[in-house]
Write a protein that binds this ligand. Structure first.
Ligand SMILES: [Zn+2]
Length: 62
């Protein structure tokens, strides 16, 4: 299994895998942890928010 959360693979991703976390609004943080809202929409969150409760995920807009 290749490492998908560190190293050169990030350089091939849009914004190099970084962005603003919709949960904690940290900027330039790595958004590598997909979570799914109750309505089925996928949200990418940072490492800190990967284990966030589902209510936090559902509060994200868009
Ligand atoms: Zn976060």
């Amino acid at each position: 299994m290749p490492k998908t959360k560190r190293g050169r693979v990030l350089w091939n991703m849009p914004s190099r895998g970084r962005g603003t976390c919709p949960i904690c609004t940290s900027t330039r943080i790595k958004l590598l942890y997909p979570r799914t809202k109750t309505d089925g929409k996928a949200v990418k969150v940072c490492k800190r928010c990967a284990g966030a409760p589902q209510v936090k995920i559902d509060a994200v807009n868009g």
